[in-house]
Design a protein around this ligand. Sequence first.
Ligand code: ATP
Length: 336
Amino acid sequence: MRKINTIGVLTSGGDAPGMNAAIRAIVLTAQHHGISVTGFKRGFNGLLNGEHFQLTECYVRDIIHHGGTVLKSARCQAFTTEQGQLQASEVLNRLAIDCLIVIGGDGSLRGAELLADYWSGQIIGLPGTIDNDVAGADKTIGFATAVNTAVEAIDKIRDTADAFERTFLVEVMGRESGYIAMSVAIACAAEQVLTFESRQLPSQQLASIVNHITNAQKSRGNSSYIMVIAENLWPTGTIELAKELTKQSNIECQPCILGHIQRGGRPVFEDRILATKLGVAAVEASVDGAHLVMLGEVNQSITATPLSKLALEHKTIDTFLFNAQQQIFEYHDFHD
Ligand code: ATP
């Protein structure tokens, strides 16, 4: 096993609250082991352009409570090409990096894996994305904060929906995954949740959503009604769906897209602790020679999953919660 002298770290893909806590833990743990840390800026862009700087203790002293990432994050199309990966490997060799830690979502982790075709250093991934769609991790860094932010926002929407007895269609983030939507819907006692995991096609869903709204009004009288929808779910978009629901149900349905407020904000304690654990574990794993793995927490244990397995395993949402929402909460109150 070779001795690790320098670790490189970058954050890639959508920023996620808690990334800073992971960076801090990496830097402090590395310092403890006498390892220096080079930070690359703007995800893989920093690797390609050689945009880097030395991360020291004073740089990470006051960052644990900030959202975003001090390393900045970005998508990087150029890195997806062989030429880009080759260029990145040349930069890593020139800087004598022994181990690269990539903090990001499934795309970033896939990119990290591909780099091994061109570079012989160790590669370790940490799951950092609000979407919680990475296999091998019960929770990704940022997920808890994003859910919390959306819950706070919808609690406020509920107040006004109650006061005006209105129906709201609230879109939350999650790319192609329903984790955020389902969690937020349960936590806000939403009357309805529309996610990719639903067994119905959108065309079939429309009729059942309309029924659900009208039945709710019939059985409860005028009252607030909140529907949570995952982004990218409705083919024509959430605003169009709201218009269609208004037309078909004759009940005004107000769309509300929460958008990027879910990505920012102070990380909640769960994300700070998860990120800290994973940051410490990543450095310790690098010292132990780990390579081409992602570290995630599974059943309260830090678990290493080969990066090659991530693309093959689709992380499904908690079936217990899903069934509860579908069978108990969603239909129970308003069945005709
Ligand atoms: P989030 O879940 O927050 O969107 P992500 O890491 O999944 O994060 P992506 O946009 O999928 O976000 O990927 C981030 C970056 O990782 C891409 O811009 C690209 O540089 C790199 N990347 C993604 N997929 C690949 C791939 N198949 N090959 C090489 N690089 C990739």
